[in-house]
Design a protein around this ligand. Structure first.
Ligand code: KIV
Length: 263
């Protein structure tokens, strides 16, 4: 069993060894991926992948707490990040109340907040009150309706400067690491070079300090759509559907159970 990472060891990994982050939403998958992941993100992407919604916006704090508790039980020896869902960090007071709820009701090691310079005062308030924070800048899934779609960031000079300022603001506010999502690779590289905290990329190229993928995407289980940055390590949907079809076929034809599976 690998030693559980801490905020200090995560920070020391920057520039030394890439950090592996994966999402998980339940104990079963958390246990399966625990040996491979340095950090597990209980992402609000569970609202799409697990709950079947079209976006992350209706995820609730109760949902996040429920899934985080399951993940913590499945992966007792892994650093756990709990996403703060949409609408739960609108002001620093609201953010503190909700992150305290997460810390009191789960064993999450930190919370994650989407936003840059506009959210730095919130990050600072949480950190000053004993809540470890992972930032999240670039393409922000919680802004999908406000922005009219999922838009790759860093395509022009103004965007590049703003992303660099976002990363610095989140770092200076006390976040111990940042997820950078859907950002042109050269800009993500520049961000990683210009902050002291680890930058964990998703759709941000290889020149960052680690990578995160949604487990159901990389297992090929989520079929609704596949972003360009997702690599399917197995065609999970086909494997699973074939297994279900085989079972159904054997039940219909009375080939299951055989003597082997009978008392
Ligand atoms: O909710 C999530 O899974 C995330 C990742 C896409 C980084 O925030």
């Amino acid at each position: 069993m690998n030693k559980k990472m801490t905020i200090t060891s995560i920070q020391k990994a920057k520039g030394v060894v890439p950090i592996v982050m994966l999402t998980a939403y339940d104990a079963l998958f958390a246990k399966l991926l625990e040996d491979s992941a340095d950090m597990i993100l209980v992402g609000d992407s569970l609202n799409m992948s697990f709950a079947g919604k079209d976006d992350t916006l209706s995820a609730t704090i109760e949902q996040m707490i429920y899934h985080t508790n399951a993940v913590c039980l499945g992966a007792k020896n892994t650093f756990i990040v709990c996403d703060m869902p949409f609408g739960t960090y609108t002001t620093k007071e609201v953010a503190l109340k909700n992150s305290i709820k997460i810390f009191q009701e789960t064993r999450a090691d930190c919370v994650k907040i989407e936003g840059g310079q506009d959210k730095s005062h919130i990050v600072e308030h949480l950190v000053n009150n004993g809540i470890a924070v992972c930032g999240h800048i670039g393409l922000l899934p919680q802004s999908v309706r406000g922005e009219g779609g999922y838009k790759v960031k860093g395509k022009n000079e103004e965007d590049r400067t703003s992303l660099l300022d976002d990363a610095k603001a989140i770092q200076n506010a006390g976040a111990f690491c940042i997820v950078v999502e859907g950002v042109k690779a050269d800009v993500a590289k520049e961000i990683a070079q210009n902050v002291k905290i680890p930058v964990i990329g998703i759709g941000a190229g290889v020149d960052v300090d680690g990578q995160v993928l949604v487990f159901s995407d990389m297992l090929g289980l989520f079929e609704a759509f596949t972003p360009k940055f997702v690599k399917k390590y197995i065609d999970g949907a086909t494997v699973v559907k074939n297994a279900f079809a085989n079972y159904a076929d054997e039940v219909k034809n009375k080939k299951f159970p055989t003597q082997e599976h009978t008392y």
